[in-house]
Design a protein around this ligand. Structure first.
Ligand SMILES: Cc1cc2nc3c(=O)[nH]c(=O)nc-3n(C[C@H](O)[C@H](O)[C@H](O)COP(=O)(O)OP(=O)(O)OC[C@H]3O[C@@H](n4cnc5c(N)ncnc54)[C@H](O)[C@@H]3O)c2cc1C
Length: 506
């Protein structure tokens, strides 16, 4: 499959040596555990279960590595912008400790997997910083520092921040890490594939519970499994759990650039918009600045090129003469109370598990999720998983965000009945537009050769109206984040069905 976006990691990680299993024989297969999604969460879960005696199958709707894990900035840290002060104030000190411990365990697991398997993934130890650019951010980081001290985190405050923009102070957690996420993910894939069957380009369509087992319907047939683990980033099955009401997606943009300056050490991010995340990636051949920002809720930006432009302006201003070698964007699932959902998918279905909502901190969270899921499947008790329960009730924390989300989703639904005035002849090369054709709406993309690609511009997930993303030439859903290429093929779920192709006469 052709992917419209590749990250620097896709261009530099070529260590996937094991082939996917042949999907011809998939229909009717039986597994003890079926994992849906071969991103970092799914593969790490499989890694932890590989010696459990379970027969494990893994399916992924695309080629492994083309989920969010292939587009991350790959800071491995328990410092998630500012979170601990919020957790202590809105939950409790003991719940903040659970969140911290789970992520520390996740971080230790990643380091152990790298060491035990001698994985070459450009891993480097780095201090992690949240920096302030104004008084409001400074107050927030000072409150966060107090929370670190209460939690016993190894940290310090500094006003000496080696960034070229106006950082006036920062808090640091020592000895965190960074890596090339795809070199790591492909190594995990190679290790896991010796004991689990991994199928790529097999999308799960739905899950039917049948008492003591589940039947997962896929594009390549039905699979039976005693236990099913959904690590598909956005939980795709709407029959249980109401995740489409409990999650939204937020997008960020990344550029990797060669800079003239001496690279600085450390990984940095500020809190309020505009957010600029920075770290250098060090390899034998080159040192690249990984700059991320331009954050917005998915579907909320009229022109996504503006986000790249903002990053490029920042780069030109603060890193003169920098040369961009790669740029990409991605979105991550966010929960309204800022805590991921890890555990049983629904109260009403046994042996069905989920991990999602990592809010752009999925390196340690994916490994933490793998530990929690392993513990649940094997009946191991731990003292840090409760806070992640998908059944927690936190109205005070989530209501404000939730209602603004409902407003945004309603707006996307309303767009469906908005009049569309464009006509075919007004579509320029490289543009996508929705036109009225024969009494219905049609999404039309015209390429440089004047070929037209026409689709039904309604998301197959929950019928939201799609909008065209000029920057990446994709049809994007503003409600839940599904994305389709110009031919209507799925690039990202939760949608599980492609868009209908439409024939029009020119
Ligand atoms: C721009 C950006 C920067 C980030 N930077 C950081 C960072 O510095 N540090 C950090 O900790 N986190 C970061 N994150 C977050 C982190 O990258 C993600 O949270 C994490 O990679 C999610 O991993 P995952 O395995 O859950 O999902 P994915 O990697 O998306 O894997 C899910 C897999 O499921 C498959 N799938 C989906 N639907 C189906 C289906 N129906 N059937 C079968 N397969 C399916 C997909 O193809 C995919 O391969 C960042 C996120 C973004 C967007």
């Amino acid at each position: 499959m052709e992917y419209p976006r590749r990250s620097y990691w896709h261009d530099t990680a070529d260590n996937k040596i094991e082939a996917a299993a042949n999907k011809e024989g998939l229909d009717g297969k039986k597994y003890d555990v079926l994992i849906i999604g071969a991103g970092l969460t799914g593969l790490t879960t499989a890694y932890l279960l590989k010696d459990s005696g379970y027969k494990i199958g893994i399916i992924d709707g695309t080629d492994a590595g083309y989920g969010v894990s292939g587009y991350t900035t790959a800071k491995i840290t328990v410092q998630h912008e500012v979170i601990y002060d919020y957790l202590i104030k809105n939950f409790s000190l003991s719940e903040a400790k659970q969140y911290l411990k789970a992520n520390e365990e996740g971080f230790s697991l990643i380091k152990k997997i790298i060491a035990d398997n001698v994985i070459e993934c450009d891993y480097a130890e780095q201090d992690s910083y949240v920096y302030a650019t104004d008084e409001d951010e400074l107050k927030q980081i000072k409150d966060e520092l107090k929370a670190y001290e209460e939690l016993g985190i190894d940290c310090f405050y500094t006003e000496s921040v080696p960034l070229p923009n106006n950082a006036i102070g920062a808090i640091c957690i020592r000895n965190q890490g960074q890596f090339n996420p795809l070199k790591y993910l492909y190594s995990l894939y190679n290790i896991v594939s010796s004991s689990c069957e991994i199928y790529e380009n097999v999308r799960a369509l739905n899950i039917e519970p049948h008492g003591d087992h589940h039947v997962v319907e896929t594009e390549s047939g039905k699979i039976n499994a005693d236990k099913v683990v959904v690590t598909s980033h956005y939980p795709f099955d709407n029959s249980f759990g109401l995740y489409f009401l409990r999650l939204y997606q937020d997008k960020s943009y990344v550029v990797a650039a060669k800079t003239k300056e001496e690279p600085f050490r450390g990984m940095y991010i500020n809190i309020n918009d505009p957010v600029y995340s920075m770290r250098y990636h060090f390899t034998e051949n080159e040192n690249l600045l990984i700059l991320a920002g331009g954050n917005h809720r998915s579907g909320k930006k009229d022109n996504e090129e503006d986000s790249y432009r903002e990053l490029e302006e920042f780069l030109n201003k603060h890193f003169k003469g920098a040369e961009i070698v790669s740029k990409w964007s991605a979105q991550d699932c966010m929960t309204y109370d800022k805590i991921p959902y890890i555990g049983l998918y629904s109260k009403s279905v046994d042996n069905l598990y989920v991990a999602t909502g990592f809010k752009k901190w999925g390196m340690t969270h994916s490994a933490a999720a793998a530990i929690i899921l392993r513990n649940m499947l094997l009946g191991i008790e731990d003292d840090f998983s409760e806070i992640f329960s998908p059944f927690r009730i936190t109205p005070a924390q989530s209501s404000k965000e939730f209602f603004s989300s409902i407003k945004s989703i309603s707006a996307a639904f309303l767009k469906r009945i908005a009049p569309v005035t464009d006509v075919l002849g007004l579509i320029g090369a490289g543009e996508g537009k929705i036109i009225n054709y024969d009494g219905r709406k049609v999404g039309v993309y015209k390429n440089e050769n004047n070929d037209y690609f026409c689709i039904n511009p309604v998301c197959t997930h929950l019928k939201c109206s799609l909008s065209f993303n000029e920057a990446e030439k994709t049809w994007d859903c503003p409600c839940h984040g599904s994305r389709f290429d110009i031919r209507g093929n799925i690039l990202e779920g939760p949608a599980v069905k492609p868009l209908d192709k439409i024939k029009i006469k020119k």
